[in-house]
Design a protein around this ligand. Sequence first.
Ligand SMILES: [Zn+2]
Length: 330
Amino acid sequence: MLDKENIFDGIHVIDGGLATEVEALGGKIDGALWSAEALEREPEKVAAVHRAYLEAGAQCLATASYQVSRMGYIEVGRTAAEADAALLKSVRVARAVVREFPQKRVLVAASLGPYGAALHNGAEYTGAYDCSYAELVRFHRERIEVLANATGDDSPDLLAFETFPSFEEARAVGEALADWPQIPAWFSFSCRDDKHIAHGEPVREVAAAVARFPQTIAIGVNCVPARFLSSLIAELKAGSDKPVLVYPNSGEGWDAERRCWTGETQATDFGAQAKEWFQQGAQIVGGCCRIRPAHIRAVAAAEKQFVVQSSQCSLHESSVKIAANKTGLA
Ligand SMILES: [Zn+2]
């Protein structure tokens, strides 16, 4: 994996939703293993989605491993070895696509969902688990160990702990990571409102605590509706000085019983919204469920505009300073 220092230099745009995009290509993601199912049977569809995001301007890909875990695999009659192999394959598939873009600097982030994502009962969005803290640590440590020992094309650039509902689970990951202080990791949380993560802890306090892990390179929120983001960015910035990462969903709801999306998308004019998030202090912006390559293209354009404007701004500031120096004010 890469050195933690400067890993995000020049990286501001991450990818969008993976599973929904694989489905849009006709891939099957409705099995218990979700996008990992496609990874196994139709890796070319996963690769096509990665490719579409790089073409749209993404500089970081999250692998198709969100729901891969030994526990989840064993529960559906598969083996721990198959789960480990799927983790590594997800990295390999992403790396192969990155190689098609030799002129671009792209990070491969191993997507690691919460314990609840392996339960298949919606608990991932509440963090209300029926398991001990020690079990949580073990669940995460198994996956971390596989990725930490990976080499070559199987090795990700960083670990992306995402859609985490509770501080307790982030703390368990911090403990599970203890043997690998050099591994870069980002922590991203799902939220119940514009100030609290899904389980109820204040975002600001969670960010402050997670920033203390030696592995933490960015802290953020994902799979939240865009309307919460202005406040969430301010809370994240108040909690720590780590780069702020946001990748919202479209604001639609998932009806688990009827297995369909409900409500209206709030991801209209996503580029204008992304520009505001950059202005408010988000360093890295992308999308989660139902955010598609066209949205990421708009984020990449917004980021370019933002960079141009802020460099004009700092040019302006320095010429003001020079003028002030000349008149003896500074
Ligand atoms: Zn999502």
